[in-house]
Ligand binder design. Structure first.
Ligand code: ZN
Length: 267
């Protein structure tokens, strides 16, 4: 199946299974439909009046809000369309699998409010997380997203995942727009200053992060580097490995800070 054919196959499933998703991703089809309805309507004037009334309602809303939400909506739409293109290029995905994947991605992005914001709700006020994408570094030509779990001030699951998704969005945006020969990125967890007490508190968080990375980014992750991961983490890692049936945990590489620094390329 050719790539564009596969993409059409994906839209076939989306249209059949989830019309809201379809209308979100292909709004031009709604406009077309509206024209048909308008032409077919006997009381053409009535339709026209109704449309005018709607325009008035829309105008009454605060203009700024409309602009912003439209902008975010459009950004989200573009992101999802690019992900559909990406998964369509992977030979092991059928249109039906891609539909399911995209569904999972969209449900989670809405859960973490990604389509309504462009920065982490907490760090917006005060920087509490240590997650960041730095576009000046690469490992093996792949962009990297960093986290230093020992230095984070706030570790509530919800906002941490929200922050991670936003940074990964920036990274994926670069993968798509900058001409680097990759579809993947790596994640680096720097375990400097990490204590046993922190690890025990972070267990639930580690599970949540693994779930997100596994469900939303499995095919985009090259490696997950754990820098100077303390020995006390070993049992937790093997437990997670079993929970996730190896999958995302297969991509984990434990590495020393010294060896890691040898891998970095500065662009
Ligand atoms: Zn944050």
């Amino acid at each position: 199946m050719s790539k564009s054919n596969k993409e059409e196959g994906v839209f076939y499933h989306i249209k059949r299974e989830n019309i809201d998703m379809y209308n979100f991703l292909r709004p031009q089809d709604i406009t077309e439909k509206l024209h048909i309805v308008k032409e077919e309507a006997h009381g053409e004037r009535e339709v026209e009046e109704r449309l005018m009334k709607r325009e008035n309602i829309d105008e009454r809303k605060e203009n700024e809000n409309i602009d912003d939400s439209e902008k975010y909506r459009e950004k989200e739409r573009k992101y999802i369309l690019k992900e559909i293109r990406f998964y369509s290029s992977l030979p092991n995905y059928t249109p039906r699998n891609i539909y399911n994947k995209i569904n999972t991605i969209m449900v989670n992005r809405f859960k973490y409010e990604i389509p309504y914001i462009n920065s982490c709700s907490l760090c917006n006020i005060n920087i509490v997380h240590t997650i960041h994408y730095d576009n000046s570094m690469r490992i093996d030509n792949k962009p990297i997203v960093f986290m230093t779990p020992g230095n984070a001030i706030d570790n509530s699951k919800y906002y941490l995942v929200q922050h991670l998704i936003i940074e990964l969005d920036k990274c994926i945006e670069d993968i798509i727009n900058i001409d680097i020969d990759t579809t993947k990125f790596s994640i680096v967890f720097n375990f400097e200053n990490y204590t046993l007490g922190k690890m025990i508190k972070d267990m639930g968080l580690a599970y949540e992060l693994s779930l997100i990375l596994h469900d939303l980014y499995y095919d985009r992750v090259e490696y997950i580097y754990l820098i100077d991961a303390p020995l006390f983490m070993t049992p937790m890692l093997s437990m997670m490995k079993k929970m996730f049936k190896n999958s995302i945990y297969k991509k984990i590489v434990r590495i020393s800070k010294y060896d890691y620094e040898g891998l970095i390329n500065y662009t």
